[in-house]
Design a protein around this ligand. Structure first.
Ligand code: CA
Length: 363
């Protein structure tokens, strides 16, 4: 960008600030005091929520360090500034400059967004990162979010989740018939296809619903977060693997105007800090899940069960149908799905002789 267009941009930006302060509203244009730029960041996570919210706070601090304090980010947990699921709109409209959330929450606004978090029987964290950084994943994600004035960056991953807590044993596909389960998203659609009654509940209501038999089963995240919810006290079986969320990617979303108004070194600092968060969040999930699983087994004596192979095969068939139906709703989702599946297929052939073969020999 040449100096003249930079100046022009600066004038426009200044006018935007003046207009918004005259109206008494916030705007996409960050508050600039002296040489320090101030951003506000909203998330979908409760205050101090382990790994997710604490990771985001570390990210904000890191951006400050990387920019020598020139970009300071004030983080707001879900509900503090906007509701947990208001993150997309807040960043898109520019009322805040960035946010941290998960793309599949926006399926109602943008069907294709789901593939950038995970799909049932999709890729794990390592596969998602390969697709984002060296496949077409991030390029497609940017394309899908462009109409919303959003710039996405991969910024964390939960790793393979758990299948969930059950008060009924799952021994065949028939056991899903009439099963009342709290499971959102595409995974929920698969359970519904299997004959289950899918119930949507906010986090705070799951425990009592399970205790009172309002639901027979629930998925949440993995051992680290599940142990804090106390589900082991009210559910008989803890099932694995989390076929519905094999590696849910988290997102950093930035308002396009706010991002593009930054000097290139600060933009690079944000990109770098996002990559760092991406690695660290997954690493923390792996570490904490392993610790919590050991605690659940040795102190709480949970009954850990693997879904039988025939059940996983049955779910995989229904998942493929669900994904196909969802993708066929619009050309953009179809394009993303095709690229995702092509990448996944090639990677799977490699992973079969690399990761899978190695794990089989190591464990
Ligand atoms: Ca989950």
């Amino acid at each position: 960008m040449d100096r003249r267009s930079l100046l022009k941009k600066g004038v426009l930006a200044g006018a935007a600030v003046a207009a918004s302060s005259a109206l008494g509203t916030s705007s996409a244009q960050a508050v600039v005091t002296g040489k320090q730029i101030k951003w506000r960041m909203v998330t979908s996570w409760p205050p101090a929520f382990p790994i997710l919210q604490t990771g985001v706070e570390r990210f904000a601090k890191r951006v400050g360090e990387l920019t020598g304090g020139r970009l300071s980010i004030q983080v707001y947990a879900g509900g503090e500034l906007v509701p947990p699921l208001g993150v997309f709109d807040a960043v898109s409209s520019g009322s805040v400059q960035c946010g941290h959330s998960a793309a599949y929450y926006w399926a109602g606004k943008c069907n294709a967004a789901q593939w950038f978090t995970c799909v049932p029987f999709g890729m794990d964290a390592q596969g998602m990162n390969a697709w984002f950084y060296f496949g077409n994943g991030l390029k497609l994600w940017e394309e899908v979010y462009a109409p919303f004035n959003l710039i996405p960056r991969p910024a964390g991953n939960t790793g393979v989740q758990m299948g969930g807590w059950f008060n009924k044993k799952i021994e065949s596909m028939d056991d899903f018939k009439g099963l009342k389960m709290r499971i959102p998203g595409l995974g929920g659609k698969v359970i519904a296809k299997a004959g289950g009654a899918v119930v949507l509940l906010p986090g705070g209501e799951i425990y009592t619903s399970l205790e009172r038999g309002v639901i027979d089963a629930t998925e949440w995240i993995g051992p680290c977060h599940d142990i804090r919810m106390g589900f082991y006290k009210v559910a008989k079986y803890y099932y694995y693997p989390g076929w519905h969320e094999p590696g849910s990617a988290l997102e950093l979303i930035m308002n396009k105007k706010a991002y593009e108004a930054l000097p290139s070194d600060i933009r690079a600092a944000l990109d770098t800090a996002a990559s760092e968060l991406n690695v660290q969040m997954l690493s923390e999930f792996e570490t904490e899940n392993a610790k919590a699983l050991s605690q659940l087994k040795s102190f709480h004596k949970i009954r850990l069960l693997r879904f039988p192979d025939k059940v996983l095969e049955g779910l995989k068939v229904l998942a493929a149908e669900t994904i196909e139906e969802t993708a066929s709703k619009d050309p953009q989702a179809n394009k993303v799905n095709e690229d995702f599946m092509t990448f996944k297929k090639q990677l799977a052939a490699w992973n079969k002789i690399s990761e899978k073969s190695y794990y089989d020999s190591m464990l």
